[in-house]
Design a protein around this ligand. Sequence first.
Ligand SMILES: [Cu+2]
Length: 121
Amino acid sequence: MYLPIHILTKETNCFTIKTYNTGVGYMEGKETMLNEIEKKDVRQRLKKVAGQINGIDKMVEEGRYCVDVVQQIVAARAALNKAAMLILESHAKSCVVKAIKEDHGEESIDELMQVLKHFTK
Ligand SMILES: [Cu+2]
């Protein structure tokens, strides 16, 4: 069993998602297959979430009403989930399809299912 981890790294002014395998596997050092449009969309969403989180921090600092703070956390979480879903969709349509063509589809689907299980927890 392996535990893939995804890390955002900054390379040549754009973020790349690298998948590192913590055990034995085939995907070590694999890079994102997000196209430029998808990358731009995801990055815009992540920046928006970062702004939302800064806003929430400010709300806490200012002693804003608990329920209002939590509502903003819910909104930021939903926005973050949306970004993850876009990446997952792109991954399924590109990396997984490629893996199937290259005859290691089963590992790729297992990896996708594993991350989906964590994502939906
Ligand atoms: Cu992928």
